[in-house]
Design a protein. Structure first.
Length: 369
C-alpha cells in the first residue's frame, strides 16, 4: 500500500510539472509574438524617419495605419527605400507574425484536445457529481452503471459528472462518453491539488469509492481522501465506501455524511444514499446476515385480502409479508395492492433472527382469515 501511495504521489508531481511547463511554454510564445510586433513597429517607424524624413509621430502613425489596414493616405512612403522597408517589415513581417499566431493557436487547440482526452484538463466545473477513485475490477462498467443510476433519478438527471481516477489514462471509453456530460481528470483522491483541479469544493455531491471491495486496508486511503476534502473546504454531501464497520465512526468524524459498504453489483445504493438518506442503511441490513432477512414460508392461502395477511403477521410479531407465490401460475408478486384477494402457495416475509418462525407458525397466524 505504501508503494501505491508513492506511485500516486509521483504521478501527481509529474502532472503538476507538465502543467507548469505548458503554462511556461504558452507564456514564452506570447512573449515572443509581442517582441516580434514591437520590433516591427520600432524598425518601421525608424525606417520612415530615415528614408522619408518623417517625424517620430508621423512614422508611428503610418506604422499603425498600415498594421490595422486603415490606410488614411494622409501619410505614406514615397521613396523606393521607404516602400521597400514597408513591404519587408510590414507585409512579410506581418505575415510571419500572423502565421506564428495561427500556429500557436492550432497547437494550443491540439494540445487542449490531447489534455482533455488524457484527463489533464481542468474543466472548472461546479454543481457537478464528483466520483473519486475507482474500483480495481471493471471500473468502466461500474462507472457506466453508476452514472446511469444517477441519470435515472430526478434529483441528478441533468447533473454533469466528473471522475477523478488514475485508471482512465487513455481517455474515457465510448460507454461513458455516450452518456453525455461526463468528463474525467487523471489523478488520485490522495492528492489535494488533483481534488482541487476536479472542482471538489464546487461539487454538488462527492462520492469516494474504495479501490477494493474486499481489502479493508483501503479504508486508510478513503480516510486520507476524506481528510483532504475537509481541508479543501467541501460543503457538498460526501458519500464514502467503508469495508470495516469499526471505521464508520471515523469516516463520519472525518467529514463523510453517508457511509456504506461497497456493493459493486448494486450501484444504485450510492444514488439512494443522496436521494433518500437512510435508505442505504435499510438495504445494507437486508443484504447482510446481521439484521432482518427475507424468508420463504410454504403456506396455503385461498382468497384472503393482502392487507389482512400483512396485519396478521405483524400482530403476531412474525415479520412483514412483502411478496407471495401465486397458486395459479407460480409467479412471484411483490407488494400487491392492499385490497387484492390472493391465492398463494408461499409467502416471502421480512423477519429478524429475534422473531424467527417456521411455516406452521405462519399458517397458524393466518387461520383466522
Amino acid at each position: 500500500m505504501i508503494l501505491g501511495w508513492w506511485q500516486k504521489f509521483v504521478r501527481g508531481s509529474r502532472e503538476r510539472r507538465w502543467k507548469v511547463r505548458t503554462e511556461q511554454k504558452l507564456g514564452k510564445s506570447l512573449a515572443q509574438t509581442g517582441a516580434y510586433l514591437l520590433a516591427i513597429f520600432v524598425l518601421h517607424t525608424a525606417a520612415m524617419m530615415v528614408f522619408e524624413g518623417m517625424s517620430m509621430g508621423d512614422g508611428l502613425w503610418l506604422t499603425l495605419t498600415t498594421v490595422t489596414t486603415v490606410g488614411y493616405g494622409d501619410v505614406s512612403a514615397a521613396s523606393f527605400a521607404g516602400r521597400a522597408a514597408t513591404v519587408a517589415l510590414m507585409y512579410f513581417g506581418g505575415i510571419f507574425v500572423l502565421a506564428k499566431i495561427a500556429g500557436d493557436y492550432f497547437e494550443f487547440r491540439s494540445e487542449r484536445r490531447e489534455r482533455m482526452a488524457r484527463g489533464q484538463w481542468e474543466w472548472n466545473m461546479q454543481d457537478h457529481i464528483l466520483i473519486v477513485n475507482s474500483p480495481d475490477e471493471d471500473p468502466e462498467e461500474y462507472f457506466a452503471r453508476l452514472i446511469r443510476q444517477f441519470r435515472a433519478s430526478e434529483m441528478f438527471a441533468d447533473t454533469p459528472v466528473q471522475i477523478l481516477t488514475l485508471q482512465l489514462g487513455d481517455g474515457l471509453p465510448p460507454s461513458l462518453t455516450e452518456l453525455g456530460n461526463v468528463v474525467h481528470y487523471h489523478g488520485s483522491g490522495s492528492n489535494s491539488p488533483a481534488l482541487e483541479s476536479a472542482g471538489a469544493a464546487k461539487a454538488r455531491a462527492v462520492v469516494v469509492l474504495s479501490e477494493s471491495d474486499h481489502n479493508p486496508r483501503f479504508d486508510a486511503v478513503t480516510f486520507d481522501t476524506l481528510h483532504r476534502l475537509r481541508e479543501i473546504g467541501v460543503k457538498a454531501p460526501i458519500l464514502a465506501e467503508c469495508l470495516r464497520d469499526s471505521n464508520r465512526r471515523r469516516f463520519k468524524d472525518a467529514g463523510a455524511d453517508i457511509v456504506i459498504r461497497p456493493m459493486r453489483a448494486y450501484p444504485g445504493m450510492v444514488v439512494r444514499g443522496f436521494v433518500a438518506p437512510g435508505v442505504e442503511q435499510v438495504f445494507e441490513e437486508l443484504f447482510s446476515s446481521d439484521g432482518g432477512e427475507y424468508r420463504r414460508f410454504d403456506v396455503q392461502i385461498n382468497g384472503s385480502r393482502w392487507a389482512d395477511v400483512v396485519a396478521a403477521l405483524i400482530e403476531k410479531n412474525l415479520g412483514v409479508a412483502v411478496a407471495f407465490e401465486d397458486a395459479g401460475d407460480g409467479e412471484i408478486h411483490v407488494t400487491p395492492n392492499a385490497d387484492d384477494n390472493i391465492k398463494a402457495t408461499a409467502l416471502f416475509v421480512l423477519a429478524s433472527d429475534a422473531n424467527a418462525a417456521d411455516s406452521q407458525e405462519i399458517s397458524s397466524a393466518l387461520t383466522a382469515l
